[in-house]
Design a protein around this ligand. Structure first.
Ligand SMILES: Cc1cc2nc3c(=O)[nH]c(=O)nc-3n(C[C@H](O)[C@H](O)[C@H](O)COP(=O)(O)OP(=O)(O)OC[C@H]3O[C@@H](n4cnc5c(N)ncnc54)[C@H](O)[C@@H]3O)c2cc1C
Length: 472
């Protein structure tokens, strides 16, 4: 059987659905193909259920401060783990249902619940049928990596694909891989009562490259549960348990959360039949501004690109890919300022350029430690650091990294300033309310200006009126 369409979208995740919306606005001739579990990684096993777990863990952990604040009864506060995990699954189901109701449920026979196998740049095998498509969007996502040697340990190894299905928590767990996902879930598990040990072969947790912020994160989060960084692990079975070793550190646990990264789903989908160059990971070379693969009528989007495996980037790429799949010629779109947030407490965030990318002799770093920040002290959450990077000559903001309570909001403000091409003085001329956490941003910008030795004729945060004799 053969079916001819204008566009075939492979993958009904966040990227694929964003692409589909663009396609459906331009043509009725399309199919969406997905042979896996529906509802998107974000809603089913990613962003949303993980944040639901973290919310419970952080609310519960707050009891540890009660005595200091004069609130009695903390010792009587208990977490019903089974109830809590059921609440997470309930929320997860709501998010998944919402995805399905707004999209796939309404597609009728335009939705093909099968695995796609690419036969060439204009044809796909789907079950017994061949789809001939003028354009193809590949949005097949990624899956958790489980090293081959760990597979024989069976269900003692848990990935985020299984994590949110658990109805109870293990007594002791090792989190192997302390990128954003491992760090978030490790801290949440610790706060929910598990004995947690974290391991990563890299020296810095959370994938943050700024050394001052990374070491602050290791110190602050490491106060709650041990983080063994900078060496690989070996896993061995110990009856029904697992021994995890890394150099001189060893621990025997009930389960291991394998959070060592995700592999793009490019294997087994016939990617080689496109006949284009693949990178070392098997991902076809593509233009990140058009999402076009080589010169082919094929576009790619989301985690499958193995570049920025986060939700808003997947959606951005899906929109670009879908839009371009219905244009006579692809249009190039500007990428947004990089922004990553790890929802630990404090949040660990990176914005804009990496410090290592910037020329050291032409950049300035403004820094503020949060120990004495008024609002953070009041919240009893005054651990962390905020660093922002600016061009030493123009003062233009380039990037930053921070470990801060509710840092997600500060990170957004900084990203928006960078996106709008603001400089240190522009930032300081914006209003800052008192007492707020945002004042940390103001303090870091002032620190950067002071380091530059810039002495404007008036305070940097006062903007002279153009009509004023001193205004220029
Ligand atoms: C635990 C966890 C927490 C996260 N937290 C955050 C967060 O807080 N913020 C954030 O921004 N990001 C977060 N992410 C990342 C985010 O969830 C992903 O970047 C995003 O969901 C990727 O979307 P996607 O469309 O590329 O992939 P997916 O949503 O995985 O969609 C891919 C689809 O392709 C289908 N598919 C695969 N192969 C085939 C085939 N051959 N034929 C047909 N269909 C196929 C699959 O079944 C799947 O439905 C988190 C991820 C995890 C795992």
């Amino acid at each position: 059987m053969q079916r001819n369409v204008d566009v075939a979208v492979i993958g009904a995740g966040s990227a694929g659905l964003a692409a589909l919306k663009q396609v459906a606005a331009a043509t009725d001739s399309y199919v969406l193909i997905d042979g896996g579990e529906l509802g998107t990684t974000c809603a089913r096993v990613g962003c949303m259920p993980s944040k639901a777990v973290i919310q419970i863990a952080d609310d519960y952990a707050r009891r540890n401060l009660f005595a200091r604040l004069g609130i009695d009864g903390a010792a009587g506060v208990r977490l019903d783990v089974a109830e809590a995990l059921e609440h997470v699954r309930d929320l997860r189901d709501i998010f998944v249902d919402r995805v399905l109701a707004g999209t796939i449920d309404e597609l009728g026979d335009r939705f093909l619940p099968e695995r796609a196998h690419i036969l060439g740049p204009d044809s796909i095998r789907v079950g017994a049928a061949t789809i001939r498509a003028k354009r193809i969007v590949i949005a097949t996502g990624s899956r958790p990596i489980v090293p081959e040697a760990w597979r024989r340990l069976g269900d003692r190894i848990v990935t985020t694909d299984e994590f949110f299905e658990q109805e109870s928590l293990p007594g002791a767990i090792a989190v192997v891989g302390l990128g954003g996902v491992g760090l978030e879930l490790g801290q949440a598990l610790y706060r929910m009562g598990c004995e947690v040990t974290g391991f990563d072969r890299l020296p810095a947790p959370g994938g943050v490259t700024d050394p001052a912020v990374a070491s602050c994160a290791a110190e602050v989060i490491g106060r709650e549960f041990p983080l063994h960084l900078g060496a690989p692990v070996t896993l061995s079975a110990r009856e029904r348990r697992i021994e995890v070793r890394s150099n001189e550190h060893g621990v025997v646990v009930d389960k291991v959360l394998a959070s060592v990264g995700r592999r793009p789903n490019v294997d087994g989908i016939g990617i080689e039949n496109l006949g284009v160059e693949l990178d070392a990971g098997g991902v076809p070379l593509f233009d990140p501004h058009t999402m076009q693969v080589g010169e082919l009528p094929v576009f790619i989007a989301g985690d499958v690109t193995a570049r920025r495996a986060i939700l808003h980037e997947a959606v951005f790429e899906g929109r670009v890919a879908g839009f371009n799949a219905v244009q006579p010629r692809p249009i190039a779109f500007a990428r947004k300022t990089p922004l990553t947030i790890t929802f630990t407490d404090p949040n660990l965030c990176a914005v804009g350029a990496d410090l290592a990318e910037l020329p050291a002799d032409a950049s300035v770093v403004g820094e503020v430690r949060l120990g004495s920040l008024g609002r953070a002290l009041i919240m009893a959450r005054n651990r962390g650091v905020l660093r922002l990077y600016a061009d030493a000559r123009s003062g233009r903001l380039r990037g930053g990294a921070l470990l801060a309570p509710d840092g997600e909001h500060i990170a957004h403000l900084l990203a928006w300033c960078i996106e709008r091409r603001l400089g240190l003085v522009d930032l300081l001329r914006l209003p800052f309310y008192h007492p707020t956490l945002e004042e940390a941003l103001q303090a870091a910008a002032r620190d950067a200006l002071a380091k530059l030795g810039t002495h404007p004729p008036h305070p940097a945060d006062l903007e002279p009126l153009a009509s004023s004799p001193t205004g220029a």
